[in-house]
Design a protein around this ligand. Structure first.
Ligand SMILES: [Zn+2]
Length: 435
């Protein structure tokens, strides 16, 4: 089902701005995910950064993009690349790292499948997906490439392997677009480093909130796993396919190599793509050894065997589908088993229902889950403290906060307003910033 047609944007101005840089959020301003932002200057150079959808129920889509020759995809999460096949179907070239391009096929195919199963409309079809795969121009970090009269280069963003920040040199000013960032090193990705700029566009997912110490949280997580295993139970660990699942495996391999850990779902295919791009991984040899150590589930027989494992790491991270529900439906009958949640559980998701009401839908039927449930904070986003010190070290004159709900953006504004001009944009509105 096609939601919109090309060139028919109702709110994007037809003419370039007279001066400065225009920013126009198609999505991702005042909300987490669903990101897409057009940047344009008086030369008519126009660039779109990210074009995702928020995988909520029903999904949220950004508004229609005006025609752009070039778009940069910061990383392979669906809330940043989910709508890219629509763009390429209309002739846009997409830029990103090799790793992001490598995982995009798996992510798009999954989005297509889920929208089909759940009956949600999607603005692109299989033919667009094929075209998208041929529309990538990939770049190494720290290498300039031209878009119109601008020069762009990608820098490491932390967050997940292959994730990029975008530095843009325009005649008017130097811009840094953070994408999703983490300044800390994680098991699989090294952290982002600040870059001097005039305008910083910063994600603010964790504005106003600080993470517990990462190492201590990892220890708490491993202790809980060992506790479950020592009482004869299986720890079911629902984890996102792109990032969290692999981090969990690395932690378990490092801290408890004697455990019998089975790895199921889309993450196994994503990991194979990661291993083809070792230059983007923190200790690629370690990830390869960990992947070999885990018992990859490839079919029904493997899945039955996994029911007797110490640990099962699988998708979906929010218990909205995937093998996690198949396992949960069987593991729920033995009280020594446990569910260890390792990521954000969106409102309305299976995981959130489980936390709030002790039940969730399994194959359409509300099912009570009488198992121990614990939650761990192993986020791959910078927290409030880190976002603010990162922003200060980039020493911009202006800061635009996106990928944040209102209270998170407000908290960042409060911390930084004395040092730089802070803007909190709205979707579908045009802002023009000058030096
Ligand atoms: Zn992300």
């Amino acid at each position: 089902m096609v939601l919109y047609t090309t060139g028919d944007t109702s709110t994007y101005p037809e003419k370039p701005p007279e001066r400065g840089i225009r920013l126009h959020f198609l999505g991702g301003a005042g909300e987490v995910g669903n990101v897409g932002c057009i940047l344009e200057d008086r030369t008519g150079t126009r660039l779109l950064i990210d074009y995702g959808l928020a995988p909520t129920k029903p999904p949220r889509y950004p508004s229609e993009a005006p025609f752009v020759t070039d778009a940069i995809m910061t990383h392979g999460h669906i809330d940043h690349i989910g709508m890219a096949p629509w763009l390429t179907g209309h002739g846009t070239n997409i830029h990103g790292t090799d790793l992001t391009a490598g995982v995009s096929e798996i992510m798009w195919a999954d989005t297509y499948k889920v929208s089909d199963i759940e009956g949600y409309p999607l603005a692109w079809d299989k033919r667009d997906l094929e075209k998208a795969l041929d529309s990538w121009t990939t770049h190494q970090f720290d290498t300039w490439f031209k878009v119109g009269s601008w020069k762009c280069r990608l820098h490491r963003a932390g967050h997940i392997p292959g994730a990029a920040m975008v530095e843009i040199a325009t005649p008017e000013m130097r811009i840094l677009w953070s994408g999703d960032i983490d300044t800390r090193d994680s098991p699989n990705a090294l952290g982002a480093k600040p870059i001097n700029c005039d305008l910083l566009c910063l994600e603010g997912t964790y504005g106003g909130r600080n993470h517990p110490d990462r190492k201590m949280e990892e220890q708490r997580f491993v202790s809980r796993v060992l506790e479950v295993v020592s009482r004869g139970g299986t720890a079911l660990i629902p984890a996102f396919a792109s990032g969290r699942g692999q981090d969990i495996l690395r932690i378990l391999h490092r801290e408890a190599p004697n455990l019998d850990v089975h790895y199921d779902g889309m993450g196994t295919r994503i990991t194979r793509e990661w291993l083809k791009c070792p230059e983007f991984l923190n200790d690629p040899g370690g990830m390869e050894a960990t992947f070999r150590w885990s018992r990859r589930v490839t079919g029904k027989a493997d899945r039955k065997k996994a029911l007797g494992a110490d640990v099962i790491v699988t998708t979906s991270g929010m218990l909205d589908g995937g093998p996690a529900l198949w396992y949960l439906n069987r593991l729920r009958h033995n009280g020594s088993n446990a569910i260890l949640l390792t990521g954000f559980q969106a409102e309305g998701s299976g995981g959130r229902n489980l936390l709030e009401f002790g039940r969730l839908p399994i194959f359409g039927k509300q099912t009570r889950i009488p198992l121990e449930i614990d939650k761990f904070e192993l986020s791959n986003h910078a927290d409030h403290r880190s976002l603010c010190s990162f922003a200060k070290e980039c020493s911009p004159k202006s800061l635009v906060i996106f990928h944040a709900d209102d209270s998170a953006a407000e908290a960042i504004e409060e911390s930084l307003a004395s040092e730089m001009k802070v803007f909190r944009p709205s979707n579908y509105e045009t802002m023009e910033l000058s030096r």
